[in-house]
Design a protein around this ligand. Sequence first.
Ligand SMILES: NC(=O)c1ccc[n+]([C@@H]2O[C@H](COP(=O)([O-])OP(=O)(O)OC[C@H]3O[C@@H](n4cnc5c(N)ncnc54)[C@H](OP(=O)(O)O)[C@@H]3O)[C@@H](O)[C@H]2O)c1
Length: 254
Amino acid sequence: MKNKIVFISGANSGIGKACAEKFAEKGAKLILCSRDIDKLIKVAESINKKYDTEILTYQLDVRDREKVATVIGELPKKWQKIDVLVNNAGGALGLEKFHDGNMDDWDEMIDSNVKGLLYLSRNIVPLMIRNKKGHVINIGSIAGVAAYPNGAVYCGVKAAVRLISDGLRMDTVDTPVRVTNVQPGLVETNFSVVRFHGDKERAKKVYRGLKALTAEDIADIVFFSASLPEHVQICELTVTPNSQASATVVHRKL
Ligand SMILES: NC(=O)c1ccc[n+]([C@@H]2O[C@H](COP(=O)([O-])OP(=O)(O)OC[C@H]3O[C@@H](n4cnc5c(N)ncnc54)[C@H](OP(=O)(O)O)[C@@H]3O)[C@@H](O)[C@H]2O)c1
């Protein structure tokens, strides 16, 4: 991974931040983006202090199609040789019956998790094909494998991530580009606080009575997928805590 260029969206928190740490530890150069730039700069400074690697940071809302194109289009030449794109930005908003759902939450979920991933990939995959190397790693979810109650739209967007990953893998089969969809189960990050619009008590209950995965666990898997020999492609990888069997079957010691 030494001197490889890794682009990570949503890198100021949780899984994206842990991926940034992991790739930096292994000598990669990073391009990081998030909406909250102050938080992102703090993450970049802390990583730089530890690993002394080059990092570019961008305040970028992946839903902004034009800005995504501008940021990628205006990358300095040497930074355009992106080796790994980790499409991580996104998350869930709300957990209620479909007919009580908030349509602003739906728009944000669809736009961040799906359209944002599309915009970044559409701009970066052609660079990868031109450079004859590249790996797109999407952070899907176990929610994309099967629906769960009160999560119709989030499950729908992560199912879209799964099939978009499959389609992209087909369309790049005659190129060196690899496509991997990592589908985590319960990972304890800021995810649930965001999902419940800042309600930390409700968020804590999601992980009650079990040892959830950590963001670092997922970063290890993302890094593992990226560091395999170039002829090896992990298409899809679903990972859960030991006490989670599916999106709906979870054992809690209460
Ligand atoms: N935690 C879990 O249990 C779990 C399980 C399966 C899959 N996932 C997926 O893992 C990914 C990361 O989630 P996480 O658990 O690490 O949650 P998190 O701690 O809330 O991190 C989400 C990251 O995405 C960024 N982000 C969100 N919307 C964005 C947008 N429109 N443009 C740019 N950046 C955006 C956030 O930064 P800003 O808000 O500053 O932009 C933040 O850096 C998500 O795709 C999520 O769906 C999580």
